[in-house]
Design a protein around this ligand. Structure first.
Ligand code: HAS
Length: 541
């Protein structure tokens, strides 16, 4: 639908502008950490780090996700009604106003609080108000998508809903439940404190509320990539989705287990009892299961298609896949990166091993493989057909090769940068710190070579970003007019009928609420009842 396409496309403009500016900030950071470069004009390291994290971690992702999901719902459940689309635009503009307000404060160095923005670092109140608008805008947009899905179900009673629309709804629901934590933190703690209404703030509560939201946030990023892996990629390779029921079950498991696991980011923190940390570690191991199901499903899809095309032997099917098609190759590189990325996550979540890597640059290496490769390369691979689909143009073979080159460069740059981050992390190099020799410490001297490697990898990554932006500009304004398909795979025949329980949101909702209450009631009660006087907080400027 042309009108829905316009709204989805508006999201892409913001997402890819964020990629360019955020990517440039990343380049500056690896240069600073190499020790061979100083930021000019009094620009601060933490200011640049905040620009990088907020633009890439929060803005690029949220806008891409909402734009993609809107297109997915409109394509599979049908065009939005005028009211639904109006809500979509209201949400979008609220997000834009919020983004501009928050970005202005960061650029003025009034909000160098990093993308996690919890206390005791304090920002200007306009920064928090801006982020609150982004969240409220995203709720309104998500609500419009859910309304369209509900309308479809009403009009098609007793039928299994379109898989992509169902997946978008699950992701929106997860987002609502998760963002309640950050909304409480911003409204009741950070805003009154930054406005000077209260002098002190309970730092542990602020961090706990943030991570209640923060871990589900990473699955809010991941699920659209999984939508593309499950539904789009099988069609791109002219195959079938392995099983509709398995895909729905894995999404429901994410809905259950994404939220009650946030404390695994706080395993080294005093103030939360070891029992609750252990419980959330166990729940974290549950949230790994739907990813393993996804890996199984993808391998099955690839093997079935490869064998159909005549692939013989144990791995002969592998060669048959369409390696020259950027819609396949670029997300595939993301999938491969998710194997070590996910394994690193399992290390992080393993209670004792977390002591070794927490707050080291290993963690930065981990999330550059997960969100900054598996997730965003999948988004980019999708943008290469989605944008021309929305603009009524075609991806030419020249742009397709450029897109493939960008994916390969990304893989090389990230292998070097993230590999060096993991190794330096094991040698104790801290994350979120500028270049320092730490008073000539021998241990710190060991990190320098890895920091240089990060600068080399980061430079290759930035070149890849420039290529991606070039392809996107071409697809928006210059590519030849034509029709690019929105690939949607059917489920393979052997998968059986999808059980209706998988769409019964009431049942899953009750389990979700129970899990959250079990995992969080006592820790929060403990934190509030043992609350010390709180911190006055501090600012970097
Ligand atoms: Fe994580 C920290 C644990 C997944 C992002 N994580 C972070 C941070 C970010 C992040 C941003 O337990 C830093 C936050 C901060 O600023 O402090 N993470 C996990 C676990 C998983 C996990 C258990 N993380 C992600 C994803 C992210 C993400 C996904 C973004 C999208 N993470 C942690 C922990 C910390 C943490 C601790 C805190 C560390 C600390 O102390 O600070 C799991 O969900 C991972 C499961 C995934 C797998 C991989 C399955 C593989 C698949 C690919 C199949 C490939 C195919 C291709 C089919 C088990 C699905 C075929 C290939 C061929 C070669 C043929």
């Amino acid at each position: 639908d042309r009108k829905d396409a316009k709204l989805a496309l508006a999201h892409m403009y913001v997402a890819f502008t964020a990629l360019l500016v955020g990517g440039l900030a990343g380049l500056l950071q690896v240069f600073v950490r190499s020790g061979a470069f100083e930021l000019p004009f009094g620009i601060g390291y933490y200011q640049v780090l905040t620009v990088h994290g907020v633009l890439l971690g929060l803005i690029l992702t949220t806008y891409f996700i909402l734009g993609f999901q809107l297109a997915a719902v409109s394509r599979t459940a049908g065009p939005l009604s005028n009211t639904q689309r109006k809500l979509g635009w209201i949400g979008f503009w609220l997000m834009v106003v919020g983004t501009i307000a928050a970005a202005t404060m960061v650029l003025l160095n009034e909000a160098s609080v990093l993308y996690t923005f919890y206390a005791p670092l304090q920002a200007h109140w306009i920064f928090y108000a801006g982020l609150a608008l982004v969240v409220v805008g995203s709720w309104i947009e998500g609500f419009a998508q859910i309304m369209r899905y509900a309308q479809w179900r009403k009009e098609n009673k007793g039928q299994t809903s379109p898989l992509l629309a169902f997946m978008a709804v699950v992701n929106n629901l997860m987002w609502f439940v998760a963002s309640l934590g950050v909304a409480v933190e911003v409204l009741f703690q950070l805003l009154p404190w930054s406005l000077g209404f209260v002098e002190r703030i309970d730092v542990l509560l602020s961090r706990t509320l943030f991570w209640y939201f923060g871990h589900a946030l990473v699955y809010f990023w991941l699920l659209p990539a999984y939508m593309i892996w499950y539904v789009v990629i099988p069609k791109v390779i002219s195959g079938k989705l392995f099983s509709d029921a398995l895909a729905r079950l894995s999404f429901m498991l994410f809905l259950l287990f994404s939220v009650p696991v946030g404390v695994h980011h706080q395993l080294t923190e005093p103030g939360i009892d070891g029992f609750w940390k252990f419980l959330q570690v166990v729940l974290t191991f549950f949230v790994i299961v739907p990813s393993l199901m996804t890996a199984f499903s993808m391998f099955a899809t690839f093997e079935l298609r490869g064998r159909e095309l005549g692939g013989k032997g144990v791995l002969g099917w592998f060669r048959q896949l369409p390696w020259k098609d950027s819609r396949f190759l670029v997300p595939f590189i993301g999938m491969v990166a998710f194997i070590p990325g996910g394994a690193g996550g399992i290390v992080n979540a393993s209670y004792q091993m977390n002591q070794l890597i927490h707050n080291t640059i290993w963690v930065t290496g981990h999330f550059h493989l997960t969100v900054a490769t598996a997730v965003v390369l999948t988004y980019f691979g999708a943008a290469f057909w989605l944008i021309p689909h929305l603009t009524g143009r075609k991806l030419t073979s020249k742009m397709n090769s450029l897109a493939n080159t960008s994916g390969i460069l990304w893989a090389v740059g990230m292998f070097i940068m993230s590999g060096a981050m993991h190794l330096a992390g094991l040698l104790g190099a801290p994350r979120r710190s500028e270049y320092s020799t730490y008073g000539g410490s021998e241990q710190a001297a060991e990190w320098i070579t890895y920091q240089f490697a990060q600068a080399i990898g980061g430079t290759i990554l930035f070149i890849s970003i420039l290529l991606i932006i070039g392809v996107v500009i071409n697809l928006i304004w210059f590519a030849p007019k034509g029709e690019e398909e929105f690939p949607i795979a059917e489920a393979a025949a052997g998968g059986g009928k999808t059980p209706a329980i998988l769409e019964n949101f009431k049942v899953w909702g009750v389990i979700l609420v129970a899990l959250i209450l079990i995992a969080y009631t006592f820790p929060i009660f403990d934190i509030i009842s043992n609350s010390p006087a709180g911190s006055k907080g501090f600012k970097f400027w």
